[in-house]
Design a protein around this ligand. Sequence first.
Ligand code: CDP
Length: 242
Amino acid sequence: MKKGELLYRGKAKSVYRTDVPQELVVEFRDDITAFDGGKKANLAEKGMLNARVSAFFFTLLEKAKIRTHYLGMIDPATMRVRTLTMIPLEVIVRNVAAGSLVKRYPFREGQPLDPPILVIDYKDDARHDPMINDEIILALGLVTAAELQEIKQKALSVNRVLGDHLQGKGITLVDFKLEFGKDGLGNVTVGDEISMDSMRLWDARSGQSMDKDVYRFDKGDVMEAYRRVAERITGNAGGRSR
Ligand code: CDP
């Protein structure tokens, strides 16, 4: 399998074609951005850590019979994935109130949300990813009603699998974002990444952030937090610096 032309360059990942049409290659770069790209940095080894955690979670989901795009690793920061037609929705599951939920609505930061709250944003940087609802999704023809139900059910299943694993490691899964796509057969499949950049993770005891909020709000040494949480999640202390 050979890495081909660059298909897409996002804020933190690059996607390449391969010589196999059903397979792509995703490179997790060391770039980190926040606030709609308003804050940017390059942090050595960040890509590798996010790739490792994403691969770990995708494997955990596959074991739970939840289909993902993950096929394997090529090197520590480069993943082989199934080619998907991406659905432009950001599906967010929230177990604890934080971030935009607290900003926009009268929730108290840290308030438990049981049952979890599912929020869907329309993925469009130029429009600043506005929150969307079922009627707008269907009117835009982004997915069918049945696919939308499937996406919601899968997001909640993913929440249970990730939440259980993280709880066992003393980590609270506050919220996270998923993106879905459809493979050649039309199967709704989890794509993108599941990493410290796309989740809020709090140490269950101290409540300390161990995710991109450390970068967003200058809460401390970002890479130290990413390294520690990746090790707790995957049980793998490995890295280029060791
Ligand atoms: O990050 P912010 O507070 O602006 O948005 P949110 O809606 O509170 O984010 C909920 C969760 O989804 C957080 O874990 C974010 O890191 C993640 N998210 C993301 O990965 N990408 C986005 N474009 C929006 C949210």
